[in-house]
Design a protein around this ligand. Structure first.
Ligand SMILES: C[S@@+](CC[C@H](N)C(=O)[O-])C[C@H]1O[C@@H](n2cnc3c(N)ncnc32)[C@H](O)[C@@H]1O
Length: 384
């Protein structure tokens, strides 16, 4: 098969541990999308890559040798990813975190007996059948849903619609996470049906909750943090702007037999401001907002937003109160996040201790040489 030829700078990216080679570093390539052998400027074979002819990210390294990428190859790679997840105390977790698992542009999430996957590049799309076949033969799911309703596929000029890939998948799936059960929404929920990346932080927040105390979960979505808090707290206020999200959060509270949650629909900025003004106090607060920075250019505005909610939350902490705060904006890097928290703490008049710096759950592996694999950051803080 005709090879793609890359520049020395392109080849150097693979040497330095990043799987992407951009359009500007590809000297020539075959016409259609698919798996192609790749050569350096001197014509030496350097690996096999997924080619996306219409994308800025033109080549994604899949295999460094010339070994055939066939069904056995897929089974081995998927089994290796599954082995890295052994021991996870939940029935919903990420099985493949794309570049984080050496499988660029492939996301596979497991929801109990079902799988929700995303094939996010034109090159990988050509391998849809062997991937689905390997998932079916290894994990025997009752169904595989392809959550392809995402912008990443549009950028690759691929159809961006949710599709059933195999079997059948229900509208709601009951899953377990530590001692909590919740209903995931694979067809129409955010991401692939739940925010799996916060699983370990939700369990941590539950453990850090003061027994019998008062807790607040801002941006609660389906109540996932609130459920963990409510197992220990006396009462939990669960806040979200979306009435639909709160309906599911109520159903999740009922599923766990928890009657100590109060659901409030409202804007977190306004609510936190009025709570701080009214000197309301909470022993535990969780802030897990949506990504405020959608691009590098919007980071300064985003920082103002993050600082505002963190400042108000810090003011609402009871003595020795705990704040678990997060940002899922890829463009806001960890040092900027910590600087923002320090500024908010300075304005709050409270002395705030860092108990733990947080990241995404371990089934969303971050690769040091691939910064795009890391987006979620957070901190567990404690007031005096
Ligand atoms: C990242 S999700 C939260 C995920 C959740 N903590 C979990 O672990 O599953 C963000 C949530 O914030 C809500 N939201 C967005 N803007 C808001 C605002 N200004 N005030 C309150 N909620 C908001 C969205 O409806 C969404 O449910």
């Amino acid at each position: 098969m005709t090879a793609a030829r890359v520049t020395a700078r392109g080849a150097e990216r693979w040497v330095r541990g990043h799987p992407w080679i951009y359009r500007s570093d590809v000297e020539s390539h075959p016409g259609g999308p698919g798996l192609v052998p790749v050569q350096d400027p001197r014509g030496r074979f350097i690996g096999q890559a997924l080619l996306s002819p219409a994308s800025e990210i033109r080549l994604r390294l899949l295999e460094r040798t010339d070994r055939p990428v066939d069904s056995q190859w897929w089974c081995e790679r998927l089994l290796a990813a599954a082995a890295r997840r052994e021991g996870i105390d939940a029935s919903a977790y990420r099985l493949v975190h794309a570049e984080g698992d050496g499988l660029p542009s492939l996301v596979v999430d497991r929801y109990d007996r079902w799988i929700v996957a995303q094939i996010l590049s034109a090159g990988l799309e050509t391998m849809r059948q062997p991937i689905l076949a390997a998932l079916v033969s290894l994990f025997r799911p009752e169904g595989i849903l392809l959550r392809h309703d995402v912008a990443a596929r549009r950028r690759e000029r691929l159809a961006a619609e949710t599709e059933l890939g195999f079997g059948s998948v229900p509208k709601e799936i009951e899953v377990r996470e530590g001692g909590v059960r919740y209903l995931a929404a694979p067809w129409d929920g955010q991401k692939t049906g739940a925010f799996l990346d916060q699983r370990s932080n939700r369990i941590l927040a539950g453990e850090a909750t003061r027994a019998g105390g008062r807790a607040l979960d801002c941006f609660t979505y389906h109540g996932s943090f609130a459920l963990h808090l409510a197992r220990r707290a006396g009462g939990v206020v669960a806040l979200d702007a979306s009435a639909e999200a709160l309906d599911r959060a109520r159903a999740n509270a009922a599923l766990n037999g928890l009657g100590n949650l109060e659901f409030r629909q409202g804007d977190a900025f306004e609510t936190l401001r009025s709570m701080a003004r009214a000197r309301e106090q909470f022993d535990t607060i969780v802030l897990d907002p949506p990504a405020f920075a959608k691009s590098r250019a919007t980071v300064p505005d985003a920082i103002r937003g993050y600082r505002e909610i963190n400042l108000r939350a810090m003011r609402c902490l009871a003595p020795r109160g705990t704040l678990l705060t997060a940002s899922c904006s890829f463009h806001l890097r960890l040092p900027e996040f910590l600087t923002m928290l320090a500024d908010a703490a300075g304005d709050s008049g409270r002395r705030i201790r860092v108990r733990q710096i947080l990241g995404q759950a371990e089934d969303h592996p971050e690769i040091l040489t691939v910064p795009e694999t890391a987006y979620l950051k957070g901190a567990l803080l404690e007031a005096d």
